[in-house]
Design a protein around this ligand. Structure first.
Ligand code: PXL
Length: 444
């Protein structure tokens, strides 16, 4: 088997870029498969629903499958929106002709509303396409429509899965997004059920069904078993929902690539933060800028959402025998304090991804001014109850200034050391500023 399997999606388009073929192709690419497509219908769609659908002639659907399959070694395909009975029949013919291993996502309606399959197409799907497929992935509504069984609990889902398998399908996965977030996998070969548990994830779900079945297809094409592929596909779609971004007024589409991009950035962020720590600890004058409570320098991955997306020194940088020394190593989730500063600033400017805290003094603030750094501050005495000081203070200082300044200071409070925080785009950027300030301070 080639390292990069070639997979085919037979699906409709969504002009809003959330579901259908675009979701499938992004998913394939994310899982290391080469995606090809045969478009069945062009839907004019946004996050609020389907405005119209223009079905392509069945011959054009066949032509696309012919073009791909006569040139490339496609083994696995998935079908999504098939729209009409004629398209379902045309697809069934091609599946037989090219002996494709097929995953059927029995798409009936769009997440945001709108029919994507006619009633007479549903019976053709049941009679002609399901007996040709390897796996079918209905959600509970679709499983009910296919089996005639009302699904209210997991036992109903199992009954429906078995009834669908009796239509000639070797593997049925009833996805439980609408029930209890767990998926029921029925393998008729072993007459066995596997329940794959999951959790309800907060986020938009537009395109989640397409993404799930596309992920399943790609994992199968890599040679994984049905149950393993179902587990991996579930995790994939959970990440995609968690990373969904609200792009319109309706249901937000899932984001297949954000999780991968974040992970890809982790190495770079760790490496840069380590180099920034070396720069600070290697600077003789920096020791005098280490606050009593210690210093930390942190950097976030792009689009960070919590402290685990922010790298910092575990145990902080301390002043020991006149030198700045890192107590622990650089890790994600190592600082909640400086991480919160960055996360609060990122709410205003996504490009601000790093910060370091240094010792407060009027002299240091004067140096910052002379270096033409922009400065804002907050007063702990004005902090409302039950807030996180970093969230509130940083937000306050940014709002006061009108954008994210280079420096945010506060003059302290009872039992709270005053502090200066340098903010910037990267750990090395803020470390360079801190070193500049330290050298000026040394010369005073
Ligand atoms: O998620 C099912 C689906 C499939 N195909 C197209 C869609 C949708 C849902 O919106 O628009 C084209």
């Amino acid at each position: 088997m080639s390292k990069t399997p070639i997979v085919l999606t037979i699906a409709g388009t969504d002009s809003g870029g959330g579901a259908g073929a675009s979701a499938d192709l992004k998913t394939f690419a994310s899982i290391g498969a080469h995606g090809t497509c045969a478009i069945t219908s062009v839907t004019s769609q946004n996050t609020t629903g389907v405005l119209s659908a223009f079905n392509l002639p069945p011959q054009v659907v066949k032509d696309q499958i012919d073009a791909v399959c006569t040139d490339m070694d496609v083994r696995w395909a998935k079908s999504g929106m098939l729209a009409s009975p004629e398209i379902v029949s045309a697809v069934a013919e091609c599946i037989k002709k090219y002996d494709l291993l097929l995953v059927v996502d029995p798409v009936m309606a769009a997440e945001a509303g709108g029919d994507l399959l006619t009633n007479d197409a549903l019976s053709v799907m049941r009679d002609e396409l399901l007996p040709l497929c390897m796996v079918v992935t209905p959600n509970t509504d679709e499983a009910s429509a296919l089996s005639g069984i009302v699904i209210k609990n997991r036992d109903d889902a199992k009954l429906a899965a078995k009834a669908i398998a009796d239509m000639g399908v070797p593997n049925v996965i009833v996805t439980g997004g609408h029930l209890d977030a767990s998926d029921v996998v029925y393998e008729s070969k072993h007459d066995s059920f596997t329940v794959i548990s999951g959790e309800f994830i907060k986020g938009g779900t537009h395109g989640s069904g397409c993404t799930y079945s596309a992920a399943l297809t790609a994992y199968l094409a890599h040679g994984n078993s049905v149950v393993d592929s179902a587990k991996y596909a579930k995790r994939f779609v959970e990440h995609a929902i968690r990373e969904s971004v609200s792009i319109g007024t309706g249901v937000a589409p899932v984001n297949q690539v954000a999780h991968i991009r974040k992970n890809a950035a982790r190495y770079e962020v760790l490496d840069e933060t380590r180099r920034a720590v070396e720069m600070l600890t290697g600077c003789r004058s920096f020791a005098d800028l280490v606050p009593e409570v210690g210093c930390n320098i942190a950097m976030a991955v792009p689009d960070a959402s919590d402290v685990h997306d922010v790298a910092a020194v575990s145990g902080r940088i301390a002043k020991l025998k006149g030198k700045a020394v890192n107590v622990g190593c650089v890790e994600f989730g190592a600082s909640s304090h400086v991480a919160r500063i960055i996360l609060a600033a990122m709410q205003f400017d996504n490009n601000i991804r790093a910060s370091v805290n240094i010792k407060y003094s009027l002299e240091v603030l004067e140096i910052c001014k002379n270096l033409n750094l922009t400065i804002s501050s907050f007063d702990r005495a004005e902090e409302p109850e039950k807030t996180s000081t970093m969230d509130w203070g940083v937000t306050y200082a940014i709002k006061e200034y009108g954008s994210v300044p280079d420096i945010i200071s506060d003059a302290g409070g009872i039992g709270k050391e005053p502090m200066i925080r340098v903010l910037g785009k990267s750990a090395l950027d803020v470390a360079k500023i801190a070193v500049k300030i330290a050298k000026e301070f040394d010369e005073l």
